[in-house]
Design a protein around this ligand. Structure first.
Ligand code: NAD
Ligand code: TYD
Length: 352
């Protein structure tokens, strides 16, 4: 059976919007996408501007909260949803530390609702793909990599809520036979990322000559993946991954935060010339560390590589240059986000 009516949740966020653009551009997907997004602060319809015109009849949008089970059931029935790719989540660790409530509702209860809706349409339903994070595995020491068999040890309310949702998805597979796949990915970067995450925040602050906050000693390590490579991995798993299985996705690109921040400063100096304070590295400011800050993440994605022949295409050097150019060239998008203009437009356009 093929995917005819694919519900993409959180499709106006960073990875979801890149995925929708990516998937509609693929020759081997001919179905419709129904994007279900609550449009929280992180959901921005600007990310998909012009998509209805570019792909007539193939993209539909529903502003809805995945915590509302009745709405999810109704959307499943109305559009004949036969597959789900589930991105919608509260996604920022610092926010989860300050205010964990929304993370519990959206990431856990929201996922449960979607699983229930899928279960009640079991006859036609062919795939629930759940997008998750490597943060569920906790923190690594100097050595070692996260494998799919690494025990879960989440440390922040964000990662604990994502871990909980992963368990629910697998439980629905084992208990009810729901066809599911799960992917746990490392840190993404690229166009349309909300400027609260490290790379866009540092890029925009450095461009404006503002301070560049680096938590703790700056030596925490993340494994970075260009967002288009993530989209490609997700679609590969959706098409060919074994049902009931989990696949780790990573970039083979371990970097210390401070090295990335310095790299962004140097590339911006090179492209735009020095700022008024001289080299942008002068703006780097070490600040109080994040509580419970995981030291190191690194992914073993050999299962995905060996079984499904996937590997990342973009190098960090080329991916970061593309990303910085995107933020420099899209000052209108940046301005609307920074000045909160997209929020007033959303409340005029859509009710929840
Ligand atoms: P994001 O914060 O940019 O986007 C989240 C989207 O979900 C937004 O459009 C928001 O409006 C929507 N949303 C939030 N609550 C909702 C609700 N209750 N109902 C409906 N929609 C809701 O997040 P992202 O960075 O694009 O991450 C997407 C997914 O990928 C998340 O599940 C995240 O855990 C996972 N992930 C992210 C990364 C990363 O580096 N960003 C890495 C691995 C996994
Ligand atoms: P972030 O982009 O928030 O992603 P995550 O917490 O999901 O890995 O942060 C990436 C790394 O950068 C993380 O080690 C925290 C650090 N960081 C800073 O040093 N300064 C910042 O202003 C931010 C937002 C993050």
């Amino acid at each position: 059976m093929e995917i005819k009516n694919l519900m993409v949740t959180g499709g106006c966020g960073f990875i979801g919007s890149n995925f929708i653009q990516y998937l509609l551009g693929q020759g081997d997907f001919t179905g419709r996408i129904i994007n279900v997004d609550k449009l929280t602060y992180a959901g921005n319809p600007d990310n998909l501007e012009g998509i209805e015109k570019d792909y007539p009849g193939r993209y539909l949008f529903e502003r809805a909260d995945i915590c509302n089970l009745e709405r999810m059931e109704e959307i499943f029935s109305r559009y004949g949803i036969n597959a789900v790719c589930h991105f919608a989540a509260e996604s920022h660790v610092d926010r989860s530390i300050k205010d964990p409530g929304a993370f519990i509702y959206t990431n856990i209860v929201g996922t449960f609702n979607l699983l229930e809706a899928a279960r009640s349409h079991a006859g036609d339903f062919i795939l629930f793909h759940h997008i998750s994070t490597d943060e569920v595995y906790g923190s690594l020491g100097k050595e070692g990599l996260f494998k799919e068999t690494t025990p879960y040890q989440p440390t922040s309310p964000y990662s604990a809520a994502k871990a909980s949702s992963d368990h629910l998805v697998r439980a629905y597979n084992k208990t009810y036979g729901l066809p599911v796949t799960v992917s746990n990915c490392s840190n993404n970067y690229g166009p349309y990322q909300f400027p609260e995450k490290l790379i866009p925040l540092i890029t925009l602050n450095a461009k404006e000559g503002e301070k560049l906050p680096v938590y703790g000693d700056g030596r925490n390590v993340r494994d970075w993946l260009y967002v288009e490579d993530h989209c490609d991995a997700i679609w590969t798993i959706m098409k060919s991954g074994r049902r009931g299985e989990t696949y780790n996705i990573g970039g083979n690109m371990e970097m210390e935060n401070i090295v990335i921040v310095e790299m962004i400063c140097d590339i911006l100096d090179e492209i735009t010339g020095l700022g008024s304070n001289g080299p942008r590295r002068n703006l780097i400011t070490f600040v109080t560390d994040r509580p419970g800050h995981d030291r190191r993440y690194a992914i073993d994605f050999s299962k995905l590589q060996n079984e499904l022949n996937w590997s990342p295409k973009e190098s960090f050097e080329s991916g970061i240059r593309k990303t910085l150019s995107w933020y420099l060239e899209n000052s209108e998008w940046v301005g609307r986000v920074k000045n909160n203009e997209y929020r007033s437009w959303i409340s005029e356009q859509y009710t929840l």
